[in-house]
Ligand binder design. Structure first.
Ligand code: AMP
Length: 221
């Protein structure tokens, strides 16, 4: 049973720079609580693999380490959050990335239940090292844990993400500082906001994340 109680719909937004471990932690948390993990990066990578016109346009922006437009991203998340499986809660990862996206999210969700926002903090030099060794599956896009040699989901070969090469990594981190860090300021004053130290083992970050979410939900119910 969930640590957070049997009738809790956990609505969690994970913030943090590229390489902070948002995806790994979001997947782990979503699995433990039986709720969907919604990753806008994954949705975009699926669109790219599908080869649609929107996918081609998104790929150019992603490969350059830029951000896809707020209207497109808000449209994607609006559609995803309208599906019935989010009734039990969700983990949203990679969105919002700009203040307009954060404002759009506030308009999308029912404000009577808490939106828990957790920022995973990791020093920049650690992020650069992590991103340079990160591998994903070239076939299905799955992010492989360090030490993995083939995709555990489909058996495909692992490759470096086109946006994880050093020049693009530095560009993405700089963009994060300029564009996404302000959303930490946007949420920080809320009593549903928490920070977690992401420069620890995966298990310790997961434990701190669960405790952070429990502390918010315990205090707001
Ligand atoms: P991620 O897997 O979250 O690191 O996302 C990979 C890339 O997808 C980012 O570097 C952006 O180019 C794009 N992307 C993902 N989510 C968003 C978003 N919410 N707003 C704008 N661009 C996004």
């Amino acid at each position: 049973m969930s640590l957070l109680g049997s009738n809790s719909a956990v609505r969690l937004v994970m913030l943090g720079p590229p390489g902070a471990g948002k995806g790994t932690q979001a997947e782990r948390f979503a699995r433990a609580h039986g709720i969907p993990r919604i990753s806008t990066g994954d949705i975009l990578r699926e669109t790219v693999l599908a080869g649609s016109e929107m996918g081609r346009a998104a790929r150019e922006v992603m490969d350059a380490g830029g951000l896809v437009g707020d209207d497109i991203m808000t449209g994607i998340v609006t559609e995803r959050l309208s599906r019935p499986d989010v009734g039990a809660g969700f983990v949203l990862e990679g969105f919002p990335r700009t203040v307009p996206q954060a404002m759009a999210l506030d308009g999308l969700i029912d404000r009577t239940a808490p939106l828990v926002v957790v920022d995973i903090e990791v020093p920049e030099d650690v992020l650069v090292k992590r991103l340079q060794i990160r591998k994903i599956c070239g076939t299905c896009g799955w992010t492989a844990p360090p030490g993995t040699t083939v995709c555990a989901k489909c058996g495909g070969s692992l490759i470096t993400r086109t946006d994880d090469h050093e020049v693009v990594v530095r560009q993405r981190l700089a963009l994060y500082g300029r564009t996404t860090q302000p959303i930490v300021d946007y949420y920080e004053s809320r009593n549903t906001f928490r920070s977690v130290d992401g420069d620890q083992t995966e298990g310790s970050v997961a434990a701190d994340l669960s405790a952070a979410v429990a502390s918010v939900l315990g205090g707001t119910r």
